[in-house]
Design a protein around this ligand. Structure first.
Ligand SMILES: CC(C)(COP(=O)(O)OP(=O)(O)OC[C@H]1O[C@@H](n2cnc3c(N)ncnc32)[C@H](O)[C@@H]1OP(=O)(O)O)[C@@H](O)C(=O)NCCC(=O)NCCS
Length: 201
């Protein structure tokens, strides 16, 4: 079977408040700080500490596979390019036209400033428009209403609840499976307004 060509991934994606760019060597220190902060990893699927070598391997892999099975960006504040987190589309499946979505705003002082919503919308737009995906999915802990709300604003809907799927800090938690389909994304984009983006809901 013929392999589909790997689409070119732009050097940068711009949202209204963020700029997404590939990782650079200088990002390693902040990334290690973010992903070894228990308050942040509390919301991620993996709570285990991350070592320097492991993170270097991950960055090397995402760099070499950029556009193939993964699209990985560092989230920067638009006005001054300050790195504040990471975002990815992963497990990109060309035949099924689906991808997983993951985000971490690592700078905690930036939580709740709509940067996560803008980042999500920007990379979802990229996934449907440029990668021609049919479906983008994610998992979010039931105890992360801020994440859930950010995804719902972009158009993700809850498809299922995996009950007691996570044991963390001495208790069982549900995990929500959410997704957005191409048709839903197109319908949201069809809203009047700036003609290109659905309004925040
Ligand atoms: C989840 C995350 C990406 C969201 O990005 P953010 O920039 O902090 O969030 P935003 O400001 O864009 O949107 C958050 C929304 O949730 C709402 N919210 C915040 N806390 C809430 C709560 N306890 N209950 C309900 N809604 C809440 C906010 O009011 C906002 O909605 P609004 O714009 O309608 O007012 C970011 O906080 C983050 O990375 N957190 C740590 C790691 C993480 O959770 N990653 C995701 C794992 S699935």
């Amino acid at each position: 079977m013929e392999r589909e060509p790997t689409p070119a991934v732009p050097r940068e994606l711009r949202g209204e408040r963020v700029l997404l760019r590939p990782s650079e060597p200088g990002d390693l220190e902040p990334i290690l700080r973010w992903f070894n902060d228990a308050e942040m990893t509390h919301f991620l699927l993996s709570h285990a500490p991350i070592g320097r070598e492991e993170e270097e391997r991950w960055i090397a892999r995402t760099t070499s596979e950029q556009g193939a099975s993964v699209v990985y960006f560092v989230i920067c504040r638009l006005e001054d390019r300050l790195p504040i987190g990471t975002v990815s589309l992963f497990d990109i499946d060309r035949r099924r036209r689906s991808a997983g979505f993951g985000i971490a705003v690592g700078e905690k002082s930036f939580w709740g400033r709509r940067l996560g919503t803008d980042t999500t919308r920007t990379i979802v737009d990229f996934g449907f428009r440029d990668l021609e995906l049919e479906r983008i999915w994610l998992h979010v802990h039931a105890y992360n209403p801020r994440g859930r709300r950010a995804y719902e604003k972009v158009g993700f809907v809850v498809e299922a609840t995996a009950r007691r799927a996570l044991y963390h800090r001495g208790a069982w938690h549900d995990v929500l499976a959410m997704a957005i389909l191409r048709s839903e994304w197109e319908a949201l984009r069809a809203w009047p307004g700036d003609g290109s983006r659905a309004p925040s809901r």
